[in-house]
Design a protein. Structure first.
Length: 165
């Protein structure tokens, strides 16, 4: 439910090449009827854009920011340094070390600047969206109900018996 006027979750990424992975986040937020926006913001190549986006996020109504980046992966940390909003970091898979470099860069934050870091790639993108929903569900019963329904359906979709039995 992309909402250009009233998003409450910001999805930001360091490069356009991260968009296919981060659409896993936006698709899940759509399923849970959580308004979001998505932007390309590089901590290194567009530092002023990063600063402007993050320092105005809360005033614009955002409640959670999902930040995805690869390689040096400083976007989540830079974001967390400039806002009190929860920042959920998604390291991107990379060509150099399969995303290990991005994972380490995202998770190694100094004391006092927290980033909740998820697994590398599309699984991390999905889990970050679910975590954003869980944060929002603390103060929104409709979101809580949709999240619980999602979890119930997920559980029910798992067969107790292996295929072919």
């Amino acid at each position: 439910m992309r909402d250009k006027t009233n998003p409450i979750v910001g999805i930001i990424m360091g490069s356009a090449s991260d968009a296919p992975t981060m659409r896993k986040s936006s698709s899940l937020l759509d399923e849970l009827a959580i308004p979001w926006e998505m932007k390309i913001i590089s901590a290194h190549r567009t530092p002023q854009r990063a600063h402007d986006y993050v320092t105005t996020a809360a005033d614009r109504g955002l409640k959670v920011i999902i930040a995805a980046a690869g390689m040096a992966a400083h976007l989540a940390g830079v974001t967390a340094a400039h806002t009190h909003l929860p920042v959920l970091g998604v390291p991107m898979e990379g060509k150099l070390m399969g995303g290990l470099d991005a994972l380490l860069a995202t998770v190694q934050m100094p004391k006092g600047i927290p980033v909740a870091t998820f697994t590398v790639g599309s699984h991390g993108a999905v889990n970050a969206a679910l975590f954003a929903a869980a944060i929002l569900a603390l103060s929104d019963t409709a979101t809580r109900d949709r999240l619980l329904d999602y979890r119930r359906k997920q559980t029910e979709s798992i067969s107790e018996e292996p295929p072919g039995e």
